[in-house]
Ligand binder design. Structure first.
Ligand SMILES: Cc1cc2nc3c(=O)[nH]c(=O)nc-3n(C[C@H](O)[C@H](O)[C@H](O)COP(=O)(O)OP(=O)(O)OC[C@H]3O[C@@H](n4cnc5c(N)ncnc54)[C@H](O)[C@@H]3O)c2cc1C
Length: 495
């Protein structure tokens, strides 16, 4: 079946609360008429002049684009292949524990300006708890606890004075951090010395000692870039350090969702789009683009149906894009061939439920082991359960291990950091492997990342992996969604 262009389109929308609801949006100048009580279908009448944008993918990038396009008077139709929204940032109910579990712990930062804007629009920003000031706790394998706490001072002093007062570093290490921090914090121009270097090469060139790299910079690099410092791009790491640590005290704060990830944005974004006449459909996989006369005319669904649209925006990850693109286009167009050649970096999360608390900390960096970060999920979610989540990012060397092997290795190490874990009984565990968590941000990657506008007319790209200049993060995904939406509005005569 082909959904053709009709004078007035029919779209199924969520049933309105009142039987007849009437609203006039003066700012946009079009009439919304919601007729209730037409069970089972409720019809929304939208003028033909609104252009339809079909979005493939219901992660952060697709939903952010959908929100922006809905605000820009575009009729949005978002198709998600899975039965749920959220993509690589989602939560689900673990029936055994009764807890809401994320596919992996996600941290936001004060420098996530686009994301904070999106959550403000959705009214869900309060579901992320931001620190008043940056504070990082570290645990050594002998159980020694230290902290790095930013001071109430302008940047870069807030971090640099925090380093000076921290017990996480010895005297020489403090000087090394200050040297590097001062260089990034005061120089406005990005240093050109790091362009083709890995993080390891750059830090070593700057005289950062092996111990400081292992116990501090490596933890930050892997957390921010999801890649081993010997592979990760030094230029990208510098950019992240500048944005996160040396822009302003507010930008340096960490934000941790206090509810399941999907509740932070996915449901609210879908409701936002629907309330503006758009459609968000789960379980609706796109099999391929419908290309005719050198232009993208719509998509072909996995069920065989063809769906027409004025514009198609792909918000799928690079590793799923090739399945959607026509093979001939992929072969002919270096733009697309480069984009799909990115390599993945995995993340492993070990969710553990104990019979008693093993720590009071909200979260901590684990120094000197295989595990990198611990999040006290029972405390963070306020569920009261003794539930912790352990994170192993850039997990190339561990992804092939079985879940049982991973669990055994984690438990063997955990007692060194948390003495209580030696006697606590493990009640339940859930090991989650995300093989394609992010793209691997090596030094060569920036030139492979594509812009929102593509060589195929009517077809645009969004996703954390597109050319945002950021690592694969929520902020990159949201920025990419907004950038693509802006390009579509400009190209199709919008604001
Ligand atoms: C374990 C883990 C931990 C992370 N931690 C952090 C963190 O602490 N901080 C941070 O900022 N970021 C973190 N990230 C990264 C962050 O989750 C991603 O950058 C972000 O979610 C990517 O969003 P996206 O919209 O670009 O892609 P996705 O979330 O992958 O969304 C793409 C969607 O497209 C759908 N799709 C694909 N193909 C089709 C098709 N043919 N038809 C229809 N739909 C399709 C997919 O099912 C998916 O839902 C983490 C990621 C993981 C996996």
């Amino acid at each position: 079946m082909t959904s053709g262009r009709r004078p007035l389109r029919e779209a199924r929308v969520a049933p309105p609360r009142a039987n007849l609801e009437f609203s006039y949006n003066w700012s946009r100048g079009f009439l919304h008429l919601f007729f209730g009580g037409l069970n089972p279908d409720t019809w929304l009448l939208i003028p033909e002049s609104l252009k339809e944008v079909l979005i493939i993918g219901g992660g952060f990038s697709g939903l952010a684009a959908g929100v922006a396009l809905s605000d820009g008077d575009r009729r949005v139709r978002l198709l998600e292949q899975k039965p749920h929204l959220g993509g690589r940032a989602r939560s689900f109910l673990d029936r055994t524990s009764g807890a809401v579990v994320d596919n992996g712990q996600h941290i936001l930062m004060g420098c996530y300006h686009a994301t904070i804007g999106l959550l403000t629009t959705l009214g869900t920003l309060g579901r992320v708890r931001f620190q008043p000031r940056l504070a990082l706790h570290f645990l050594d394998r002998d159980g020694r606890a230290t902290a790095l706490e930013a001071r109430d001072l302008p940047s870069p002093w807030h971090v640099l004075l925090g380093v000076l007062a921290s017990g996480s570093f010895d005297f020489m290490e403090k000087l090394e951090v200050l040297r590097l921090g001062g260089r990034l914090g005061w120089s406005k121009a990005p240093p050109r010395d790091a362009e083709r270097l890995s993080v390891r090469e750059w830090l070593t060139q700057l005289g950062q000692s092996e111990a400081l790299q292992r116990n501090f910079w490596d933890l930050l690099c892997i957390a921010a870039l999801n890649e081993d410092p010997s592979i990760a791009s030094a230029a990208l790491f510098q950019r992240v350090l500048r944005l996160a640590l040396f822009s302003s005290p507010a930008d340096s704060r960490l934000g941790i969702p206090s509810v399941g990830l999907s509740e932070v944005y996915a449901d609210a974004a879908a409701a936002y789009i629907r309330a503006r006449g758009g459609q968000v459909e789960c379980g609706q996989g796109v099999d391929g683009l419908w290309v005719s006369g050198g232009e993208c005319r719509g998509v072909r669904l996995t069920g065989g149906e063809q769906m027409e649209a004025d514009v198609v925006l792909s918000a799928v990850p690079w590793f799923q894009l090739a399945a959607v693109l026509p093979g001939e286009l992929l072969r002919r167009e270096p733009f697309f061939a480069a984009a799909v050649s990115l390599r993945p970096a995995p993340i492993i999360s070990l969710n553990l439920w104990f019979d008693r608390p093993i720590t009071d900390l909200d979260f901590a960096g684990l120094r000197g082991g295989t595990l990198q970060w611990m999040f006290n999920k029972g405390k963070i979610l306020g569920s009261g359960g003794n539930y912790v989540s352990l994170v192993l990012s850039g997990a190339h060397r561990h992804i092939a291990l079985t879940k049982e092997e991973l669990l055994a290795a984690a438990l063997a190490e955990l007692g060194d950091f948390f003495p209580e874990a030696k006697t606590a009984r493990l009640l339940h565990s859930l090991v989650l492997k995300e093989r394609f968590a992010t793209f691997s941000p090596s030094a060569e990657v920036e030139e492979l990342r594509p812009q929102a506008r593509t060589p195929l007319g009517g077809f645009y790209l969004a996703g954390d992996w597109t050319a945002t200049g950021l690592p694969a993060t929520i902020e990159s995904a949201v920025q990419s969604g907004y950038t693509a939406a802006r390009a579509i509005l400009e190209d199709t005569g919008g604001q």
